[in-house]
Design a protein around this ligand. Structure first.
Ligand SMILES: Cc1cc2nc3c(=O)[nH]c(=O)nc-3n(C[C@H](O)[C@H](O)[C@H](O)COP(=O)(O)OP(=O)(O)OC[C@H]3O[C@@H](n4cnc5c(N)ncnc54)[C@H](O)[C@@H]3O)c2cc1C
Ligand SMILES: NC(=O)c1ccc[n+]([C@@H]2O[C@H](COP(=O)([O-])OP(=O)(O)OC[C@H]3O[C@@H](n4cnc5c(N)ncnc54)[C@H](OP(=O)(O)O)[C@@H]3O)[C@@H](O)[C@H]2O)c1
Length: 738
């Protein structure tokens, strides 16, 4: 080390320091003599290996000092620390080091190695942290599966271990169900989304780990041979550590961004959960890369402007600048307002910048050790695997030559999309698929939609006959889509443009009411899926279920009902006895659109022996102020039983007074029992309070599912937490998160 900072006659001009020590006999002899005098055999072996690695095997043999005796050595010129700081003469003889310079050289190397090993260990602690988090998630999953397997035949008669059960209840009440603090969770607070408490704590621990591990264990000393000032040493070590942390965080953020993520499968946590982790890993990686750049720049400038100018011309330097700039821009373009308003722009920027970052980081690191490059390749590998899996899913699922049918109901503001696919597996409730529209120029654009229903048409499935050779099933997947402004609006416009503008087939069924116009058209779409972790939420494992749904969130409820029909038809006893569906819609048209089809299917089949074991009650809440006013007016003139205060009389059932004066009123009259039509928003707190009172029955378990506008989901969460604190421990809450 000490000889690195002196010049010998014959040093190749412009060569790097590492190369110098391989090429110049005087320098090599000085080094070897120093090693012989001050190191033991093992140290010499290690030192020679290091030199050999640096010189790629091309250096002088140890025998070049065979002829140098101890008395020769005593006659060598001895250099001290002060000599290094003087104007450098070129030495034409081998040198030795003073004890002081030797100590400084040794300490400089030692501290550098310590800094490198801390950087390595602390950086990998990040991987260890996420390994631990995923490991806990996996254990929890296994534990839950084992419990439900043990409980499968007893239908709640086997009570799990009391301590475990108390622990689970406590965890649900205080950690897994509530938002981080206060009300906000699904609904954003300003521009920020606040994760649920457990996720927030995990993120907090991760950020803390990054901050603490990037701040501790720096050892600077005066007269370090590499960086004289203590501050320079700290800047340099800190910059290195931040750079390495940023690099380690990159595969982490990539793995959390994958649609086809094995971690989702292992832990049963949703994509939304991993997406939150992804965002934090990305923010940290960006901040660390930025600090890496800033502190390296400061450290170069401390070594003089000349050094800075020299470095800034090198490719690694400006590739680093490109990468950091892209990372910052990527974070800036991912803020919620941009994501919400210009989703496609956000997505395109994300992909383009991510690719640029990888290229930039690759060339930034190419000049360093090979091992760093591995992290870049890991990201490339994860990205490629995800993309390949997407293509495989599309190729294996879609049936070429079979067109999908889309039906748009303008009154209900919904598009029903039926897609024929072939699938090796039965579709499951709660899964979602990405839909691609193969019309127009944006065929790459794809959006997620929850599966609302499905039919299986392969003969082997419908008859239940065992087939010898397994073949994929022909499955029809149904989606309910609420048109927004982008992709979904294009789909709607396409259907309207292409449609035959047919009258609804079932118009007669409305009892002569105004026929509903629907637009129907074949469309070319591709679907990619299924995604989601349906196994985690099975309503048949609870005694009762309450579904709090807003608008198009009904797809989630329909998926569960469809799946329950399958379970009921197996004739196996199930624990679930009662489902209450509370569905808020702006206008009843959406309800009838679904009721005529998917929900009606459940009612029709429910009257059969097989499904009558399960009671379904629907509370339909209509929130449109005009509909509420019309309703109030109609009941005001409806005779003695009517009351004019809409707040008091807001609930009508098919068995109670029905305002048949409106076209919709006629349809209400045809509704089956236990459908309540209520003209106001659902009072979520009251609903949950009354449902939670069932918990007083010993051993009762209640699943509450919420899907709809974010405020509705947060209201439900808040009410559930309040009930849990009121001692109603039987509730498990399942928010459908975006
Ligand atoms: C898991 C999941 C399941 C869903 N299931 C349904 C469903 O069954 N029925 C339904 O009507 N809607 C569903 N949605 C919402 C649906 O994906 C969006 O409404 C749709 O992507 C909007 O497309 P757009 O271009 O018309 O939206 P825009 O009008 O451009 O934007 C409307 C909103 O949709 C969001 N959005 C836009 N593109 C995407 C995207 N690719 N991924 C996620 N969000 C996006 C935007 O941030 C914005 O908030 C689901 C969303 C998720 C995440
Ligand atoms: N994750 C999934 O799987 C999935 C699937 C489908 C849909 N979704 C999401 O579900 C949402 C549904 O949107 P939409 O446009 O179809 O619904 P919407 O029409 O905006 O709202 C539906 C109903 O919910 C009521 N509502 C809203 N907030 C409420 C609250 N806090 N308390 C009580 N009632 C409330 C509304 O009343 P007002 O009219 O008074 O506001 C309205 O009647 C979207 O965000 C969609 O992305 C998610």
């Amino acid at each position: 080390m000490g000889f690195r900072y002196v010049a010998f006659e014959g040093d190749p001009v412009g060569a790097k320091r590492k190369v110098l020590q391989c090429r110049n006999l005087l320098r090599v002899q000085s080094t070897y003599v120093c090693m012989r005098a001050r190191c033991n055999e093992h140290e010499i072996e290690v030192g020679m290996k290091a030199i050999d690695d640096d010189c790629k095997g091309k250096t002088f043999d140890w025998s070049v000092i065979d002829n140098i005796t101890q008395s020769d050595e005593a006659g060598f010129h001895q250099i001290g620390y002060e000599d290094l700081r003087k104007k450098k003469p070129k030495y034409d003889e081998p040198l030795t080091l003073t004890d002081h310079l030797y100590e400084l050289s040794w300490r400089t190397m030692y501290e550098r190695e310590e800094a490198d090993s801390d950087e390595w260990n602390y950086g990998h602690a990040m991987l260890g942290f996420w390994g631990g988090v995923v490991g806990i998630g996996l254990l929890n999953r296994i534990f839950t599966l084992v419990l439900s397997w043990l409980d499968r035949g007893s239908y709640g008669q086997n009570r799990p271990n009391r301590v475990m059960s108390k622990l689970r209840t406590w965890t649900r009440k205080h950690i897994t169900t509530p938002g981080l603090f206060g009300y906000h969770c699904s609904h954003p607070l300003g521009y920020c989304t606040i994760p649920p408490r457990l996720q927030a704590l995990t993120v907090f621990a991760y950020v803390t780990l990054n901050v603490v591990l990037s701040s501790v264990d720096y050892h600077a000393f005066h007269n370090n041979l590499s960086y004289e000032l203590k501050s320079s040493q700290i800047y340099r070590y800190f910059a290195d550590r931040c750079g390495f942390f940023s690099l380690v965080n990159m595969p982490i953020l990539w793995i959390f961004a994958m649609r086809n993520d094995v971690l989702i499968w292992l832990t049963g946590w949703t994509y939304a959960t991993y997406n939150r982790f992804h965002r934090w890993a990305a923010r940290l990686a960006t901040l660390e890369a930025l600090l890496h750049g800033i502190f390296y720049t400061v450290s170069y400038l401390q070594s003089g402007k000349k050094k800075y100018n020299l470095e800034s011309k090198r490719r690694f330097f400006w590739m680093g600048i490109i990468s950091v700039s892209c990372m910052c821009l990527l974070c800036a373009f991912s803020v919620r307002p941009i994501r919400k308003r210009f989703y496609e722009f956000f997505l395109l920027c994300h992909i383009a910048f991510a690719a640029l970052i990888l290229v930039g980081v690759y060339y930034h690191l190419k000049i360093f050790l090979e091992e760093f490059i591995g992290y870049t390749w890991a990201c490339v590998a994860l990205w490629s695997v995800d993309r390949v899996c997407r293509v495989i899913r599309i190729a294996s699922l879609n049936r070429i030559g079979h067109q999908s049918i889309a039906v748009y109901n303008p009154e209900a503001q919904t598009i029903k999309l039926d897609v024929p696919v072939r699938s090796w597996f039965r579709p499951k409730q709660g899964s979602y698929y990405f839909v691609y529209l193969m019309h127009g120029s944006k065929v790459w654009e794809n959006h997620p939609f929850t599966l609302s229903s499905w039919t299986i048409s392969s003969p082997s499935e419908t008859t239940g006959a065992a087939t010898r050779r397994p073949r994929p099933k022909n499955v029809n997947l149904s989606f309910i889509i609420r048109p927004q402004q982008g992709f979904t609006a294009r789909l709607r416009d396409l259907v309207v443009m292409n449609s035959r503008n047919t009258k609804d087939q079932e118009a007669g069924a409305t009892g002569g009411a105004v026929p509903i116009r629907r637009f129907q058209s074949p469309v070319r779409v591709l679907v990619e899926g299924p995604y989601g972790v349906p196994q985690t939420l099975r309503l048949d494992r609870y005694n009762s279920a309450l579904l709090i749904i807003g608008g198009s969130g009904i797809t989630v409820a329909l998926g569960h009902l469809r799946s329950l029909l399958d379970v009921l038809e197996t004739q196996m006893p199930i624990r679930l006895q009662r489902i209450t569906l509370v569905w808020a819609v702006r206008d009843a048209a959406m309800f009838f659109e679904v009721f005529d089809d998917e929900l009606g299917d459940f009612w029709r089949r429910q009257s059969s022996q097989t499904t009558s074991r399960l009671k379904l009650q629907i509370d339909l809440h209509i929130s449109d102020p005009i509909a509420i006013m019309q309703y109030s007016a109609s009941i005001a003139g409806d005779g003695p039983s009517s009351r004019s205060d809409p707040e008091k009389i807001t609930c009508l059932t098919s068995t109670s007074t029905v305002p048949t004066s409106t076209p919709k009123g006629k349809r209400y009259a045809e509704l089956p029992p236990h459908v309540n039509v209520i003209y106001k928003r659902p009072p979520i707190q009251n609903i949950i309070e009354s449902e939670a009172s069932l918990c007083s029955d010993k051993g009762h378990s209640l699943a509450i599912v919420a899907c709809g506008p974010s405020r509705m989901v947060d209201d439900t969460r808040a009410a559930v937490v309040a009930e849990m604190h009121n001692g109603h421990d039987c509730i498990t809450f399942f928010p459908e998160q975006m």
